[in-house]
Structures are given as structure tokens and as C-alpha cells.
Ligand binder design. Structure first.
Ligand SMILES: [Zn+2]
Length: 336
């Protein structure tokens, strides 16, 4: 018996049965499962995308629930990794979509492997550095990706197609970390993240089905001031990425590094790629000095300090004053 799961969508003239069939064969990566990524993943899973890779490095907290639409209080209580929680909820929504949740950091050591076997990449991240990295990886792979960003009550999106203009043409000056406002300092309404994520999802469906309606402009809107604009972005003939093929972020050496996480007093410490940690063994030692909770995905420690540690050696140090303080917690308690 034929399922009528997609009947209200495939009857839409812009899509049709042929478009629906293309979606069922499409492979998509969603990078970041926050306010944008959860809505994108939910939209695309329900729309019948064949394969969804969901990548996120973080775990669910209660302050996420206002805007990160796939998560529940139970997920926050368990501190489930966002990728795992999203994968679980979506598996219950549409068993016809193959969902691959990955608890991972997207960096120069991991990005090519994460993107090399998909048709399209959607940006659900919250920082410029990762976007420049995705931009370079996608240019190298000749892959389309869709940029999206939102803050306070405004947001914008743009399709970055292999022929350009690219994200570096849109945003040529790389802002220094900490020099721009984040959702932690300016706040963000879930109505704008939902709107931008839905615009990204619509463009994804158009790109994947080869629609002539694919947007060629940067589209931004402000739902508080009631303004919207389309801006044509010119390709920079001297763009380091799409004109000269220089991949500054992609070829950056990946040693250990730390990064303050958007909007909260937490710092991620990541050891070099390929690190593996025996969490149960480390848990034994840590139980002598504090409370430990161990799951297949994560070790949570609360003692004089608090952190969550993943099997790849990444740790998110909670209540860290700054990166130096977080590094000393890492050295003292994890010590890789
Ligand atoms: Zn460019």
C-alpha cells in the first residue's frame, strides 16, 4: 500500500512526485543543532530527505529549550548530547529517513570527512570560524551550502553555491572572536531562528530538486521592526576562497585548542584529532573526588569543578572564567 505521508507536500506544483522522489534520494548534513539546526533537521526529516547527518559537539541544557525545538526537559536533565537527542526524536517522527547523529566538533581535522559524501550542507552553527571553515570545505568539494544566522529579532540567510559568490564574498573581514554580539549578549527570539531556519530549509528543498526558484541573494529580515530585504551579493574577483582557492581555515593546523562557547560560561577544550579516552577508567579515579555520571556518550563530573567529557577527549568545562582557567581544569582532572 502506498503511504500518503508526503501527499500534502508532493501535490504542491513546485515539487510534484518527481521532486519528492529526489528528496528521498538526497543526502544532507546539518552542522550545529541549536536554534537553527533543530528546526532545519525537523523540517527536512518530515519533508522526507533520504539521509540526514546531524553534527553537534554540545549537550542539552535547560536554557536551550526556549528555541531549540527538538529537545525536552528530560534531555536537559540527562544532559544528552544534542545530536543523540535530536536523532532519537526524529527517528520517532520519520522512520523512512536515515538519521546519522554525530557527537563531534567541526574543525579543520574533521570537516572534510563530515561533508565529503553529502549533496548539501546546512549551517546551524553559531560562530564565524566554523562558517568560514564550512565555506572553504564546500568550495573545495564543489558542494552547495546554506548560510543562516540570527540574533535578537533579526536574521539572514544566503545560498552559497559552488560557482560563487561565497561566504567570504558576503563577509570578507573575519571578525575576531569576542568582537561580535552573540545570543548570550543580545538574546534571540525563537520566532526569528524559526523563520531563518525555515527559509534555509525551503532553499534546501529547491536546491535538492533542481528548482529554478533557488534564491541568488542574501535575504534578511527583522521581525521586531517589520523589515525585510534582498541584497544581491557580487562575487569578489579577488576573493581568497572562490577566486584564488586559498583555504586559510581548512589548512590551519589542528593541535589542541580551546573555544569559549556561545552565550554561556563554558569553554570547550579539544585535544588533537584521533584522541580516544577510556571514560569508564577515568570515571573510577574521578569518583574518589566527586560525583560522576557515565553514559555511552559522555562522562559528567561535579566536584570542586564541573565538566562533561566526550570519548574523543573533548571536554566542556562549566563555569569557566576564561580559556586559561578551563585549560588548567583540563590538565588537573583529565590530564591528557
Ligand atoms: Zn568568495
Amino acid at each position: 500500500m502506498r503511504s500518503d505521508r508526503y501527499s500534502r507536500q508532493s501535490i504542491f506544483a513546485g515539487l510534484g512526485a518527481e521532486g519528492q522522489s529526489k528528496l528521498s534520494r538526497a543526502r544532507v548534513a546539518v552542522i550545529g543543532l541549536g536554534a537553527l539546526g533543530t528546526v532545519i533537521a525537523n523540517n527536512l526529516c518530515r519533508a522526507g530527505i533520504g539521509f540526514l547527518r546531524l553534527v553537534d559537539r554540545d549537550y542539552v541544557e535547560i536554557s536551550n529549550l526556549q528555541r531549540q525545538m527538538l529537545f525536552t526537559e528530560e534531555d536537559a536533565k540527562e544532559e544528552l548530547p544534542k545530536a543523540v537527542a535530536a536523532g532519537r526524536h526524529l527517528a520517532a517522527v520519520n522512520s523512512e529517513t536515515v538519521v546519522e547523529p554525530l557527537v563531534a566538533d567541526v574543525n579543520s581535522g574533521s570537516v572534510m570527512a563530515l561533508l565529503s559524501d553529502v549533496d548539501l550542507v546546512l549551517d546551524g552553527t553559531d560562530n564565524f570560524e566554523t562558517r568560514y571553515l564550512i565555506n572553504e570545505a564546500c568550495h573545495k568539494l564543489s558542494l552547495p551550502w546554506i548560510y543562516g544566522g540570527a540574533l535578537a529579532a533579526e536574521g539572514g540567510t544566503m545560498n552559497i553555491l559552488p560557482e560563487g559568490p561565497c561566504f567570504r564574498c558576503l563577509s570578507p573581514e573575519v571578525p575576531a572572536p569576542g568582537s561580535y554580539q552573540t545570543c548570550g549578549t543580545a538574546g534571540v527570539l525563537n520566532m526569528i531562528t524559526g523563520a531563518v531556519a525555515s527559509l534555509e530549509s525551503a532553499e534546501a528543498v529547491k536546491i535538492l530538486t533542481g528548482s529554478p526558484a533557488v534564491s541568488r541573494a542574501y535575504f534578511s529580515l527583522d521581525i521586531w521592526r517589520n523589515t525585510a530585504r534582498y541584497v544581491e551579493i557580487a562575487r569578489d574577483p579577488d576573493c581568497p576562497v572562490c577566486a584564488r582557492g586559498e583555504y586559510e581555515f581548512l589548512f590551519r593546523r589542528q593541535g589542541s585548542y580551546s573555544a569559549a562557547l556561545c552565550g554561556r560560561e563554558a569553554v570547550q577544550i579539544a585535544p588533537p584529532a584521533g584522541t580516544k579516552v577510556d571514560l569508564p577508567r577515568l570515571a573510577e579515579g574521578l569518583r574518589q573526588i566527586g560525583a560522576v555520571r557515565l553514559s555511552p556518550y559522555m562522562l559528567s563530573f561535579t566536584g570542586g569543578v564541573a565538566f562533561n567529557l566526550f570519548p574523543d577527549g573533548r571536554a566542556i568545562i562549566k563555569n569557566a572564567r576564561d580559556e586559561a582557567a578551563a585549560l588548567s581544569v583540563y590538565a588537573e582532572y583529565i590530564g591528557l
